[in-house]
Ligand binder design. Structure first.
Ligand code: PGA
Ligand code: MG
Length: 222
């Protein structure tokens, strides 16, 4: 990858496993609404398209009143933002990889559909904030992935052309957004993909983040 000038990471399901904190916050909301609780697998199938969509899916799956959605999303964010990093942890190999990429002086960005405030809280709590030159949240712009605008915004702030960048995500919307932005995309085979990894359309699949650094180093050497 000789021309690689920046790497853009998705957050949930790619850098961090945040499903337990999301489940717990959703369940506080659901119990306030006197709706049934959801389990970890259910919440994983609902993550990926931002907080409003997560709340909509959870309320709809548990038979709640969707006409109150805007209020419920505001309440969910209050609950979640106060507890976003209790159980959330970086996946294996993430810290070493980010540190190795920084040593190679490759600019790094996070482009996530998670709201910006919770994103920063998690990155700071896990000691990851300093690795990233740019962080774009799900509420930073009017558009979010799979729209290419958040990726374009990150690249503009990094001063890097799309063809010199690589996106890494766990979900279809990451690959779609990257494609629409003219950026290459890899996908991880863990995380919360809603469809089989082979069908994500990624140029390459990686089973753990530890695979990334050797790929970047080897490609740069060829
Ligand atoms: O908050 C979400 O639903 C997903 O966030 P992600 O874009 O980091 O996977
Ligand atoms: Mg994700």
């Amino acid at each position: 990858m000789p021309s690689l000038k920046a790497i853009i990471f998705d957050l949930d399901g790619t850098l961090v496993d945040s499903a337990r904190d999301l489940r717990d916050a959703v369940n506080v909301l659901l119990s306030e609404e006197e709706l049934r609780q959801i389990d970890l697998d259910e919440v994983k199938s609902m993550i990926g398209d931002g907080a409003p969509k997560l709340v909509e899916r959870a309320v709809s799956a548990t038979g709640g009143d969707l006409s109150r959605l805007p209020t419920l999303v505001v309440r969910f964010l209050q609950i979640y933002e106060a507890n976003a990093s209790r159980h959330t942890e970086a996946y294996p190999g993430v810290v070493e990889t980010l540190s190795g990429l920084r040593e190679l002086r490759i600019p790094l960005a996070v482009v996530t559909n998670k709201p910006y405030a919770a994103t920063i809280e998690i990155l700071e709590a896990l000691g990851l904030r300093a690795y990233f030159d740019v962080v774009v949240g799900g509420d930073t712009l009017p558009e979010r992935k799979p729209h290419p605008a958040p990726i374009h915004a990150a690249l503009k702030r990094l001063g890097v052309a799309p063809e010199a960048a690589l996106m890494i995500g766990d979900n279809y919307h990451d690959v779609q957004a990257a494609r629409a932005a003219g950026v290459r995309a890899f996908a991880v085979t863990y995380g919360y993909s809603h469809r089989p990894h082979a069908e994500l359309g990624a140029e390459r699949l990686i089973d753990t983040m530890s695979e990334l650094l050797p790929i970047v180093v080897n490609d740069a050497a060829t």
